[in-house]
Structure formats: C-alpha cells, structure tokens
Ligand binder design. Structure first.
Ligand code: ATP
Ligand code: TYR
Length: 664
C-alpha cells in the first residue's frame, strides 16, 4: 500500500468534505484530496475519527475474508457475471486494488439524446454494483463534452448539437440518472445489502469544471508532456483522416477532455477507475495517460500525489450490447430501446426482454440484474423444463423494468403483460401484486413524474403572469395556486448559475442548469429566463419538472391542444355554449343542467362552480344562464298546466323533462 488511512488522517484535523473523500478511499488515496478543500475547514472530533477508523477496520476485515476465500471479491464477481471485456491495467492489479482500497469509479454519458437507453445500462451496472459494495460510484453527464461530440469510431463528424437540445437533454438525463439511482437503492434493499455511511454516489456534470478552467492550466499541466505520436496513432484519428471527413482540432482533443474529467474527479473525489462500453477503450487508455501526466506535473509540493499501483488510475470496458443484427444499440444507430417511459413504454421495455432468445437470456440475467448467480441458475433450471413458458425471459423483463422504473412499475407491467396475453407466468421468486393506483394526493416521485417536455404558446408565456404559466404547465391546480407558489417561492425556474433577473442580456449557459425560485414578477420578465428565446424550464418540489418549448400561436392552434386555463376553453366557454344551446332550443333546461354538472369539479358544492375561474365575467354569465334556465322551466311548467287541462285521460304529462330545482 502506498500509504494508509492512518497516514492520511495523521495530518491533524481535516474538513468534512475531505473526510467524505477519505472514507471513500479508505486504505489510501491521493494525499492532495486534503489540500483541495483546505480553504474551508470544518473541524471534526474524535467521534468522526472513530467512524473513519471503523470503516477502515471493516474494509481490512473484508480484505482478509476475500484472501481466505470466505468472500468473493467485487472484481471476481464482475468477471464471473461477464462485465469485463478489456482492461486498462492488469486483472491482478485491479483485483488487488479493489480489495485494498475503497476506490471510486465513474462512467460518463454525453447528453446527445434526450434519454438513456438500455445500452447505457451495461457500463452503469458495475457502477451500481460498486455502490452496493461500498465504493464511491459516480455517474457523469458530459454537458461540456457533448458540445464537442465524441469522434470515436466515426468517419463522419457529428452534427453539432443545438443549444436548446443540449439543455433539454441534460435536464432529462440528469433526472433519469437520479431516478435510476433511487431505483438502485430499492434494489439494494431488495437484495439485503446493508447500507452504511460510507456508501457514496453522485451525478455530476463536467461543465461544472470546464466552465471555469483556464486553457493555460490544461496546456501547462497536460500539453507540455502529452506526446503527439500516441495521439495521432489512435485508430479513430487515422481512420477519420484517411477514410472519413477529416478531423477537427476539437474532435482531436475530445479524449483529452475526457481524461481531464477523470483527473478532476481523481483529485477531488478519489475516482481511480473509469468504466465504459468497449468503444471507450481508447479514451480510457488516453485518460490514464492524462491523469498520470497531470498528476506528475504538480507544481505545488504540498499537493503531490505519489505514483504507484495503488494510486494509479485503472479502467475497463464492458461488452457492447447489440441488436439481433449485431449492431451496437445506441443513439447513432437509431435502434435504441429507451429508458424514458414516454419514449419506450414500460410495457414495451418488458416485451423487449420477454422476446430475448433462450441462448442469450442467461447472459442477460447476469448482466442486467442484481440476482445472485444461485438464483439465476435455479431460474434457468425451472426455465429449461419448459422453455416455451419463457420463465427466464419474464424474470429478466421484470427485473429490468424494476431497475429502470421501480418495483411498482415492474409488478404492474408484468400483470398487464400477462393480462394482455391471457397467460399466467410464475416468475421465480416473485409474487406479483398490483400496486395501488396513484391518487391526486400521491406525491410526485421520479418514478411517477408526469411527462417533462411540453409545448405552450407564445402569447401565454410572453403575456401572462407566472402563476398562469404554472397552471398552464400543470404544475399548479389553478392560476391562484400558481400565484401562491410564486409568492411563497415554492416553484423554481431553470437559469444559469448565479443568474439574476436583470441578467437577460447575458448568454445563458446551455450545458449547466441550475434552478432559482420563481417570484411574482411582471409578465414581461419571464422572457429573461427563456433559453435560446424559446425554452423555459419550471419545477415544483423536487421531481415535478416541465421543459416547455414555446411555440408560435399558429403552431399551437394547429396542434388542437388546449392548456389548462386557456381563454375561451374554461368556464366562459362552457357557459356561453350552454346559453346558446338553451336559447336556440337545441337543449332543454334539464339537459343544460346535467351538462354543467358534468363539466363542474365534483367537489364543488352545487354545480356551476369554477373555483379557479371565479371572475366577474363568469359570475355575470352564470347569472344570465340561470335566469334563462328559470325562464325555460317556468314556460315548461305553464305548458304542463295547459296540457293537464287538455289530457283526455286526466293524467299529468310525466314524460316531459323538468329540472330539479333543489340543486340550485
Ligand atoms: N449498446 C451499448 N452497449 C454497451 N455500452 C454502451 C452501449 N451504448 C452506449 N454504451 C456506453 O455508454 C456510455 C455512454 O455512451 P454514449 O453517450 O456515447 O451513447 P451512445 O448511444 O453510444 O451514443 P452514440 O451512438 O451517439 O455514440 C459509453 O461508455 C458507451 O460505450
Ligand atoms: N465519451 C463518452 C462519454 C463520456 C464523456 C465524458 C467523460 O468524462 C466520460 C465519458 C461517450 O461518448 O460515450
């Protein structure tokens, strides 16, 4: 071991943030993680020190058990389940490193599409496993790298991503990753992993550091020592220059950006491992060189991190998930199965896994589930007794939907699937139970959040109060609730970090979004938050998000959609339509009353109540309509009396409709 935790903590008191890093690196880690935060020190006492010591002791005990063969190492489990394709660093080094140290690992995803897909789950699975095994597990969104675009294995450059698409994609992917992490916690509980304080996970965006990184720092720390030879000899560079459309300087530097990300997290968070799909092997190798070069070019002696097998970066790739034609599942190939339930429904995701062949199902169970191998073997035995039942496929589908959308969704989807195909399947180890249907009071979570991306017309956004916009976007139940949210600053709007309302001339940063509370501002101020002049991001609570694309009024009208509170579609429209129908004799007074009852919220006392639209105009029209109804009923009554006199059998005309005055 290069140095132990005792040596690290021997420096005296350290800040809390540093300690979090230390605990993720129990067993030794880059010393400079201390120096990183030395500016803001929060002193810790003996209790905290005791926790660190305990974590270290537990880790050493675990290492002992692995060496004695009482416990399987995480690395051996990765190999056994089929996660390891190529390694950067020998198997032995990585195995030993993972036994000795609570290293951190990360995998990165560029937000070049609006959703993750099942291909992404493959490198994410070892990250999730590492989290459950007590290593620091990071998921990175490439807000900065997506602006350049990874040229790996491409002959033709990517079309530059539009700025609004970038903001939309990264907002959606960030929430998807958060939802996935919530589901991973659920899976860890299902599999009886005991969570302790040393578990650490994070979703980070590389724009956070790229936006404030001086070019001179990169050139000095990295550029001086990085040699051109190895960079030029990369297959992607050679092929793109010889057979493709040439290579731009920014594409050429892409792997160095990715390498710098690693360096940033290596130093700040003890991230010593990178995991990616097999196409990422070259970038991971270049990343290792980058981390080592930058680390070894440290000008400040107090920040130096020692080189050596237990401090050096390592990485590995997972196999590529391909479709039945052998093509990599991905955005570029256009064959992705999405994890966004509005792009690939839970039902379709389930169905996709149910259709996997018998040859691949066992391999997929190992890769995509947290089921212990004994359970998978058991399930395969049951499956093989009657493969036509597709029991293993159902188990796989159930587990993947559970991971992607939560266990409630897995139960519901499995039952829906069985109902649809009229077939009961006994999924091994699972008792299917229909979850309770959500009610209006069900809190919005990442698993049940409504669709993020919506459109709204320009006239609403540019000319109406923020309260009405919150109502129109479905974040408030009425305009007045929208106003209340704004008044209490309980809703948020997407803005660049540090954005002030008067900053509207300032360029919005499309790759790094933060939220600021909505206030009761003048309608014309909403435009200060428009991203690229056409996108607004609103949030209520933690997970209820709307990414609103502002469309012209013509486009809105042509779409035929109606937003809540749209003028002419609420109380006034209903009242006017009824009045017209009543006057023209198209509807009777009773029919109008019934119709109004239908269109009125049930909880409203009586009928004809529009709690959120109680304006003078509505009240006036209501009075007018009520008078009209009374008049029609009186006329009817008078006719009835006349009829009574004329009826040769002396019976009242019972068939005639008559209003029930009690409802008034
Ligand atoms: N089908 C797949 N199988 C295994 N890993 C994958 C697959 N698709 C993507 N990955 C991995 O997920 C990570 C993020 O990939 P990336 O954001 O480039 O997605 P992508 O779908 O491959 O995009 P593109 O097709 O535009 O290159 C990378 O490590 C990548 O190798
Ligand atoms: N280059 C990776 C994404 C990525 C971006 C930044 C990183 O630091 C790591 C990975 C891909 O396209 O798949």
């Amino acid at each position: 071991m290069a140095f132990g935790l005792g040596a690290l903590t021997g420096r005296g008191s350290v800040c809390r943030k540093c300690l979090l890093t230390v605990k993720s690196m129990a067993g030794g880690g880059p010393t400079s993680t201390y120096a990183q935060h030395r500016g803001k020190k929060t002193w810790h006492g003996p209790k905290y020190q005791a926790k660190i010591d305990q974590a270290q002791a537990e880790w050493e005990e675990r290492a002992e058990k692995i060496r004695n063969g009482e416990m399987q190492s995480t690395w051996d489990m990765f190999v056994e389940r089929g996660y390891v394709k190529d390694t950067a660093g020998s198997h032995e080094t990585i195995r030993e490193l993972m036994i000795r140290k609570r290293i951190g690992a990360y995998t990165g995803i560029d937000p070049t599409a609006s959703s993750l897909h099942i291909g992404h789950l493959l490198p994410l699975m070892p990250i999730f496993w590492m989290y459950m095994h007590g290593y620091a597990a990071y998921t990175l969104i490439g807000g900065a790298t997506a602006k350049i675009g990874d040229p790996t294995d491409r002959l033709v450059s990517r079309t530059p991503i539009k700025r609004t698409d970038l903001t939309m994609n990264l907002t959606k992917i960030q929430y998807q990753l958060k939802a996935l992490w919530t589901n991973v916690e659920e899976q860890a509980r299902r599999r009886q992993f005991e969570k302790n304080w040393a578990w650490k996970r994070a979703v980070v965006n590389n724009s956070t550091w790229w936006n404030s990184l001086p070019l001179i720092e990169v050139l000095k720390r990295l550029g001086d020592s990085m040699r051109m030879g190895p960079l030029l000899s990369r297959d992607t560079v050679k092929n793109k220059m010889a057979k493709g459309d040439g290579m731009s300087f920014s594409e050429f530097t892409y792997p160095l950006m990715q390498g710098w990300d690693w360096w940033h997290m290596y130093k700040a968070n003890g991230i010593q491992m990178q995991i990616g799909g097999s196409d990422q092997y070259g970038n991971i190798v270049t990343g290792i060189d980058t981390v080592k070069i930058v680390r070894d070019n440290e000008p400040d002696p107090s920040e130096v991190i020692q080189a050596g097998p237990y401090n050096d970066p390592v990485g590995f790739t997972v196999p590529l998930l391909t479709d039945s034609a052998g093509v990599k599942f991905g955005k570029s190939a256009g064959n992705a199965i999405w994890l966004d339930r509005f792009q690939t429904s839970e039902f379709d995701l389930y169905g996709y896994f149910v259709r996997r062949t018998d040859d691949e199902v066992e391999k997929l169970l190992r890769l995509f589930t947290f089921l212990p191998l004994e359970n998978i073997n058991e399930a395969m035995k049951i499956h093989n007794q009657n493969p036509a039942e597709r029991i293993a496929q159902h188990l796989l589908a159930f587990e993947v939907v559970g991971l992607a959308h939560g266990m409630n969704a897995a139960h519901r989807t499995a039952l829906d699937h069985q109902a649809m195909y009229g077939k009961q399947v006994a999924i091994p180890g699972v008792t299917l139970k229909m979850p309770k249907a959500p009610t209006d009071d069900t809190p919005i979570t990442l698993a049940n959040a409504p669709r993020f991306d919506i459109q709204l017309p320009e006239s609403l956004i540019m000319g109406n109060s923020i309260g009405r916009i919150l109502y129109a976007s479905g974040l408030a139940a009425s305009s007045s609730e929208g106003h209340r949210l704004a008044k209490q600053q309980a809703a948020y709007i997407g803005a660049m970090p540090g954005h002030k309302r008067e900053d509207h001339q300032k360029e919005m940063d499309h790759s790094l979004l933060t939220f600021t509370p909505v206030k009761l501002w003048y309608p014309q101020e909403t435009r200060n938050y428009l991203i690229d002049g056409k996108m607004l991001i609103l949030r209520k609570g933690k997970h209820n998000i709307r990414i609103i694309e502002m469309v012209s009024d013509e486009v809105w009208k042509a779409s035929g959609k109606i937003y809540p509170g749209q003028p002419g579609t609420g109380a006034l429209r209903v009242l006017r339509d009824q009045l017209r129908a009543l006057k023209s004799g198209m509807m009777s007074a009773e029919e109008v009353k019934a119709k109004l009852k239908d269109e009125t919220p049930e909880e409203a006392p009586g009928f004809l109540k529009f709690p959120d639209q109680d304006t003078a105009a509505v009240r006036r029209l209501t009075r007018q309509l009520m008078n009209e109804i009374h008049q029609k009923e009186s006329e009817l009554e008078a006719e009835d009396l006349e009829d009574d006199g004329q009826n040769e059998f002396g019976n009242k005309n019972k068939g005639r409709s008559r209003g029930n005055g009690s409802e008034w």
